[in-house]
Design a protein around this ligand. Structure first.
Ligand code: GDP
Length: 199
C-alpha cells in the first residue's frame, strides 16, 4: 500500500478547504509531541513527509497526504492538542474544526489516536475519544515511543489503555504498540490502516 507514491496534498485550516470527499480517509490524532509526525514518516517510509517537532501554537489545520497516484487513500494529520500554553481561542478553534470534520466526513473510515507510552491516556485524549465516540467514528489507540520505557511499565500501560478502550463505544479493543525509533509495530499499524479502508 505504501510502496507507491505518498505525497502531501494540502493543508485545510477550515472545512471549506477539504479535498473532495471521493477517496477514503484515515486520520491521525494525538497530543502535541506524542510522536505523530515521526509515526507518519515511519508508516509511509518517507522521511520528512510530515514535519517533526512542530512548534506548539502553530496553525491549526488538517494536513492531507495522498497514498497512491491516483490516490487510493488519504492520510489526514490532525492538529496536535493538549499543549499547556495554548491560548483559549486556539483551543476553541481546534474543537470546532475537529468536531465538524469528524461529524461531517463520510469518507473518514477510521482514526488512530496516539498515546505516549510514558504517560498513558490523559484527559485531553479522553476529550478527543469522546468526540470520536459521539461522532461514531471508529478509532484505534496506538501507544508511541515504546522504546522509552521498560517492558514491565509497557505491560502496565498497555493493560490500562486496553481496559479503558474496551469501555469506549467506538474504540477498537486491541491497542497497537509502536516505536518510530525501532520500527516496532509498524507492520501492524500498516495492516490496521489497510484494513480500515478495505473493511
Ligand atoms: P508530534 O509533535 O506529535 O508530531 O511529534 P514528533 O514526531 O515531532 O516527535 C516529538 C519528539 O519525540 C521528537 O523529538 C522525536 O524525535 C521524538 N520521538 C518521536 N517518536 C519517537 C519514538 O518512537 N521513540 C523515541 N525515543 N523518540 C521519539
Amino acid at each position: 500500500l505504501f510502496a507507491g507514491p505518498v505525497e502531501f496534498l494540502k493543508s485545510a485550516p477550515e472545512l471549506r478547504f477539504l479535498p473532495d470527499p471521493d477517496v477514503p480517509e484515515v486520520a491521525f490524532a494525538g497530543r502535541s509531541n506524542v510522536g505523530k509526525s515521526s509515526l507518519l514518516n515511519g508508516l509511509t517510509n518517507r522521511n520528512g513527509l510530515a514535519r517533526t517537532s512542530n512548534t506548539p501554537g502553530r496553525t491549526q489545520e488538517l494536513n492531507y497526504f495522498d497514498v497512491g497516484a491516483p490516490p487510493v487513500m488519504r492520510l489526514v494529520d490532525m492538529p496536535g492538542y493538549g499543549f499547556a500554553k495554548a491560548p483559549k481561542d486556539m483551543v476553541r478553534k481546534w474543537r470546532y474544526l475537529v468536531n465538524d470534520y469528524l461529524r461531517g466526513r463520510q469518507v473518514l473510515k477510521r482514526a488512530l489516536v496516539l498515546i505516549d507510552s510514558r504517560h498513558g491516556i490523559k484527559d485531553v485524549d479522553r476529550d478527543i475519544m469522546k468526540m470520536l465516540d459521539d461522532a461514531a467514528v471508529s478509532y484505534r489507540l496506538v501507544l508511541t515511543k515504546a522504546d522509552k520505557i521498560k517492558a514491565t511499565e509497557l505491560t502496565a500501560v498497555l493493560e490500562q489503555t486496553g481496559t479503558e478502550a474496551r469501555t469506549r463505544p467506538a474504540a477498537h479493543p486491541e491497542i497497537i504498540v509502536t516505536s518510530s525509533e525501532t520500527g516496532l509495530g509498524m507492520a501492524e499499524l500498516r495492516a490496521a490502516v489497510f484494513e480500515s479502508i478495505t473493511g
